[in-house]
Design a binder for this molecule. Sequence first.
Ligand SMILES: Cc1cc2nc3c(=O)[nH]c(=O)nc-3n(C[C@H](O)[C@H](O)[C@H](O)COP(=O)(O)OP(=O)(O)OC[C@H]3O[C@@H](n4cnc5c(N)ncnc54)[C@H](O)[C@@H]3O)c2cc1C
Length: 282
Amino acid sequence: MIPTSFEYVRAKNLSDAFKLLGKHAKVIAGGHSLLPLLRFRLAQPDTLIDIGQLPQLKGIKKAGGGMKIGAATTYRELLESKELKALYPLIAEVTEHIGDLQVRNAGTIGGGLAHADPAADMPPVMLVLDAAFLLQSKAGKRTVSARKFFKGPFTTALKPNELLTEIQLPAPPKRTGMAYASFEQAASGYALAGAAALIAVANGMITRAELAFTGLADTPFLAPAAAKLVGTAGDELISQVAAAAVAGVEANDDIHANPVYRAHLATVAARRALTTALGRAR
Ligand SMILES: Cc1cc2nc3c(=O)[nH]c(=O)nc-3n(C[C@H](O)[C@H](O)[C@H](O)COP(=O)(O)OP(=O)(O)OC[C@H]3O[C@@H](n4cnc5c(N)ncnc54)[C@H](O)[C@@H]3O)c2cc1C
């Protein structure tokens, strides 16, 4: 299908973008998720504001013990950053498997997060890393934890007049292992079910354990069951924790996987992610 007509504006700076933002305007970064929406007429903006090249939204820098990533930084740019890979190997591990070369060349981390596809790979990574997102509008700035950002399928805490401008990553604890395991839908690469895990150890005991899912339910979510690993050596409890994390979740049902199968895949992904993260932490 052909999109409805719209005006295309390339923003020269952030305040330029804020002026135009609102109910009838949409921003475009890499366009990989937005263009299909336009073509199916699921989005019919009057104005398209291109923010993909704004230098203020680009780049990866160290901040305190953590790092900050501009929202319009592409997946390729994430993969090219040795510093990012050294501190958050999980981001590189996941990014390598997002889409194909073209998607990674133009798709942006901010575009993917703002789009909030319930099967996207990056949201659970942001949850286990306890990232925060800087949201900006003409009226000012606010910071929202990734854990409060994803509200439902394709729905986030972003207001229509706001932009996601920066992803803020806190320093990971010492002796941390991170891992991601997923079962991909063969045609798109999106997760039928995926799990991200972060485990920190000290003196052979787990001091922090985080587990988050994607593809399993309406929205990515953090599994409270992971906390049961804290204070233990881990190994014997992992299968139990993986099963408990999925139990009671209303799993998605679609042509690719029914809820029982999807819940099974999520349990296996959780077990693999936790086991690998623990091994890497030791
Ligand atoms: C063939 C294909 C395969 C893919 N495979 C995978 C996969 O395996 N795993 C996976 O996780 N994803 C996958 N994706 C999705 C891909 O990751 C996203 O399309 C991409 O990250 C979106 O970023 P973008 O810059 O292209 O966003 P755009 O398409 O430009 O924008 C997406 C949405 O976010 C809004 N937006 C963009 N930037 C901002 C901002 N800074 N602030 C506020 N709102 C903003 C736009 O208005 C729009 O609503 C795939 C996509 C394609 C086309």
